[in-house]
Design a binder for this molecule. Structure first.
Ligand code: UDX
Length: 436
């Protein structure tokens, strides 16, 4: 199939590259000329495991190309994927400006009938709106059919997820278009769920909202466990073995962040408001998460009468491991609070430092490794569970720090590992371990 993909952000780039990998002829369109030039040279602007290899391979064999020119991008394409961003607007709803712009640019260049596939996360009903926008802008001899094909990719493992996802959701009110997109996706060899347009749109929001709910649920249980002397990791294992519950997404920590969970749970509440339906459960999920983000800072503050001049090593800044993404990362609020208290922060992250510099206060010193962040520190806090941080020997905390006090916002170590390490250890939903 000849496919165009509009937008080369996380979703667009992964979509374009993987569709070319399974044998389609793909042209990715992006208005950013510089980005297009870089991509045509095989350089990915984002850090995503396995992406560069597939990008280089498919550029070389001629199944993938990038352009900033819509006329070129639309030329002879049967299928056009919309993968532009839908950021959170001021009122919490999804901002559709980029969708509108992309639709109008497609309509201005399209010379043949095509299927429009929306991968961007859009409020329920948006695909019907997209259809009417095209009908308004296209000349009467050109027709488009609309399909919703939400993505469930996790940053950091987006390429893996594309080939190993649990399911592919395809929704359309046009059976022929639905079957064509099912065929396009057949080489991925994953179960396909076929729905109507609106149900597909809802599936995306409901999936993210449910996972966010699981996280806030376990964080609430964690905070109570701490008060009553239970260990939340054991509780999560104990309830997670019940197949109806499942162990995934029950890791207590510093709260969820990233470009999806915070934005999509807010957007779903906004969708409800539009039809006068309030969603108290999801409102609480967000409230619990906001509070959870401050818990590590609260613990630090509660343990020191005065933080001014104290050196704090911050290990991990990205909103989760294996990504350089800082969007909505809990590290933003936590570092801000500690700086307000007069602490001196020395931060290390394997890949997110350049992005962190753009969003964290200027008062953070950036370190090139864990050792230099820990050097002479009064305490350390872990905010991202990078493997490198989990593998760093506990004995080294004692070696480098002024005092080995560790606040672990991601429960990277078991209590057994900490016992006897000589580290004072504060974590989430588990008893405090005094240095011994
Ligand atoms: C998520 C969804 O998983 C994906 O399907 C969707 O398409 C986009 O949103 P992503 O944001 O990349 O993906 O990351 P994910 O691995 O889901 O983690 C999201 C946040 O939840 C992170 O901040 C992570 O630290 C946090 N989290 C996750 C927890 O706090 N505990 C958990 O048990 C799991």
């Amino acid at each position: 199939m000849k496919i165009a993909v509009i937008g080369t952000g996380y979703v667009g780039l992964v979509t374009g590259v993987t569709l070319s990998e399974i044998g389609h002829q793909v042209t990715c369109v992006d208005v950013d000329k510089e980005k297009v030039n870089t991509l045509n040279k095989g350089v990915s602007p984002i850090y995503e495991e396995g992406l560069t290899e597939l990008l280089e391979k498919n550029l070389e064999r001629g199944t993938l190309t990038f352009t900033a020119d819509y006329d070129e991008g639309m030329l002879g394409k049967d299928i056009i994927y919309l993968t532009v961003g839908t950021p959170q607007g001021k009122d919490g709803s999804a901002d559709l400006t980029y969708i509108d712009k992309a639709c109008d640019s497609i309509a201005a260049s399209l010379q043949q009938n095509a299927i429009i596939v929306t991968k961007s996360t859009v409020p329920v009903g948006t695909n019907s709106y997209i259809k009417s926008r095209f009908e308004e802008k296209l000349s009467s001899n050109i027709k488009v059919k609309i399909v919703s094909n939400p993505e469930f990719l996790r940053q950091g493992s987006a390429v893996y997820d594309t080939f190993n996802g649990d399911r592919i959701v395809i929704g359309s009110d046009n059976t022929e278009a639905l079957e064509t997109i099912a065929e396009v996706n057949a080489p991925f060899n994953l179960p396909i769920v076929k729905t109507d347009l609106r149900s597909a749109e809802m599936i995306k929001y409901a999936a993210n909202a449910f996972l966010a709910t699981k996280i806030s649920f376990i964080n609430e249980i964690a905070n109570l466990s701490e008060q009553v002397g239970a260990n939340v990791d054991l509780v999560a294992d104990g309830i997670g073995m019940d197949k109806r519950i499942g162990r995934a997404f029950l890791n207590a920590g510093a709260g969820f962040g990233g470009s999806c969970f915070p934005k999509d749970t807010n957007a779903l509440i906004s969708i409800g408001k539009e039809v006068d339906y309030t969603m108290p459960l999801l409102e609480s999920v967000i409230k619990v998460n906001d509070k959870q983000r401050s818990i590590i800072a609260d613990k630090v503050i509660a343990n020191y009468a005065d933080l001014s001049g104290k050196k704090i090593a911050v290990l991990g800044l990205a909103f989760k491991p294996n990504t350089d993404d800082m969007r909505d990362a809990p590290s933003i609020q936590i570092t801000e609070r500690l700086i307000e208290q007069g602490a001196n922060l020395y931060a290390y992250d394997p890949v997110a430092i350049e992005n962190a510099k753009k969003v964290l206060s200027g008062q953070v010193e950036y370190c090139s490794n864990i050792e230099s962040a820990l050097q002479n520190a009064d305490m350390a806090i872990i905010l991202t569970e990078w493997q490198e941080i989990k593998d760093f020997p506990l004995s080294a905390y004692k070696q480098y720090m002024k005092k080995p006090v560790l606040f672990d916002g991601r429960n990277c170590f078991t209590i057994e590992q900490i016992n006897g390490s000589g580290i004072e250890y504060h974590s989430i939903g588990r008893p405090v371990e005094k240095a011994n």
